[in-house]
Design a protein around this ligand. Structure first.
Ligand SMILES: Cc1ncc(COP(=O)(O)O)c(C=O)c1O
Length: 464
């Protein structure tokens, strides 16, 4: 497949590079990005090629999205077939067979509750923000319908990320993305996440009594349980640097929620669809939430698709005579789009038939072992966190004292940029990098990832 290079595109537009890139916002700071713009032209398997023809190992599945590899034949074929049959069904009048099939499929695959099939009901949307937003709305409406109209507060965590829409952003705890948009929506409060490596309570696991979890009960008491609707957490947080909780943490949250009639929402936009070695991280941790949000990997990155699953016992509250019950008041034009749902069904088939959850576990162990070797070799990796094919490493100047490199040095950013130069995509931050390769990664590809990371860390170290 030949693709147009950046000079080709600019010359076809009869403009300059500066003007050509002047009319689009990307997620990066624009002036910074245009100095060295990364523009991808094509992808196949686990590799991208940019418009200059340079190849990149995709150690991030785009951004935890391309779960079954780029240009996956089964998914492409399902899309092609569906495009020719029905590419849009009227959302105000009902749905389409693909959406119903995918909802039923997800309900079968989603975790059990108290050892029994939970029977999940699904709302489809396009992106992660839309479904975490929907989860918050569902929690509030549920309490109104079931006799607790005063329950509206949502407890989120500092350093978390649930999305860019106003409620999902208000539930998030990422200072850098919140401050510019303040004031945010009312009714959201935040607690500290389980960052054991740097415990906010100055304690040490396992003698800490899991204060980060138990203190949430005190927060609820102080707020008044009659005002709290839900707690929303990513089972493994991403934006704080892959925050993997101790095994007791989520069961304690489940217990607190049960005690106070508070709904537990898992944001599995990243951790869902096989990434932690099971279809859902809820299964990896053995804790079932009331509402479960998935996105990213569900369509394998082909078309926008996300889903909010709620347990049948919650959904029942929305079935009722119209005079008393308007149903779940939430909707977007593209919800349950048949093309998106065709992709979702094909991705699930691919994962199940190729047993890619097991592959995520096996290759995750290989990746983890390799990262531990790099920690020994370079002496600047303080902590390695994550499960399956979702792993993060925190860089420190001194592992014995956990002293960080100076913020201005942005060591992790330097490693990430060097990895790009060396032909690999990963997620980077001043103090950490994260890896989220496709569930299809082979042992050889994990080794290639580790070799590029090893080289990139070494090159950055050589400059300081
Ligand atoms: C954990 C988590 N939740 C929600 C979102 C929001 O998803 P989207 O960007 O698709 O709206 C993201 C996006 O990165 C995420 O990582």
């Amino acid at each position: 497949m030949s693709t147009a290079t950046l000079p080709d595109l600019i010359s076809a537009a009869q403009t300059t590079e500066e003007q050509f890139l002047r009319h689009i916002f990307v997620r990066d700071q624009m002036a910074e990005w245009t100095k060295n713009p990364l523009i991808m032209a094509k992808a196949e398997g686990v590799y991208y090629w940019d418009v200059a023809g340079k190849r990149y190992l995709d150690a991030l599945s785009g951004i935890y999205v391309v779960s079954v590899g780029h240009a996956n034949r089964r998914v492409l074929e399902a899309l092609r077939k569906q495009l020719e049959t029905l590419h849009f069904s009227p959302p105000m009048h009902g749905t389409n067979p693909l959406a119903v099939q995918l909802a039923n499929r997800l309900s079968e695959l989603a975790p059990e509750y108290n050892g029994e099939q939970a029977g999940w009901t699904v709302k489809f949307q396009c992106g992660g923000s839309e479904v975490t937003e929907a989860a918050i709305k569902l929690a509030r409406q549920y309490h109104k319908l079931t006799g607790s109209p005063g329950k509206y507060k949502i407890i989120g965590r500092y350093q978390s990320w649930h999305g860019s829409t106003m409620a999902s952003l208000s539930a998030s705890g990422l200072k850098s993305r919140k401050t510019v948009n303040e004031p945010l929506a009312p009714g959201f409060l935040h607690v500290f996440p389980p960052t054991c490596y740097r415990c906010p309570f100055g304690k040490q696991y396992p003698d800490c009594g899991i204060t980060c979890a138990t203190i949430i009960n005190d927060v609820i008491d102080m707020e008044d349980p009659a005002t709290v609707a839900a707690i929303i957490v990513e089972p493994i947080g991403h934006t704080g640097g892959v925050i993997d909780p101790p095994e007791e943490y989520l069961p304690i949250l489940r217990d607190i929620c049960d005690r106070h009639n508070i709904l537990l929402i898992f944001d599995e936009i990243i951790t869902g669809i096989g990434r932690t070695g099971n279809m859902f991280a809820a299964q990896t941790f053995g804790v079932t939430p009331d509402i479960l949000c998935i996105g990213k990997g569900l369509s394998g990155g082909t078309v926008p698709l996300s889903a909010m699953l709620c347990r049948r016992s919650l959904a029942d509250a929305f079935w009722g005579p119209i005079a008393e019950n308007p149903g779940f008041v939430e909707g977007h034009t593209f919800e349950g789009n048949p093309i998106s749902c065709a992709a979702g069904l094909a991705v699930l088939d691919e994962i199940l038939e190729r047993d890619l959850c097991t592959n995520a576990r096996v290759q995750g162990q290989r990746l983890r072992a390799g990262l531990e070797r790099l920690a020994k070799k370079h002496g600047i990796i303080g902590d390695i966190r994550g499960k399956g094919l979702f792993q993060g490493i925190e860089f420190v100047k001194n592992p014995a004292t956990k002293e960080r490199f100076p913020q201005a040095m942005a060591f992790g950013v330097q490693v990430g940029r060097r990895a790009l130069q060396n032909g690999m995509l990963c997620r980077f931050d001043p103090h950490w990098i994260a890896l989220g390769p496709a569930l299809t990664f082979t042992a050889e590809q994990i080794d290639e990832l580790l070799a590029i990371l090893d080289r990139s860390i070494g090159e950055v170290l050589a400059t300081i």
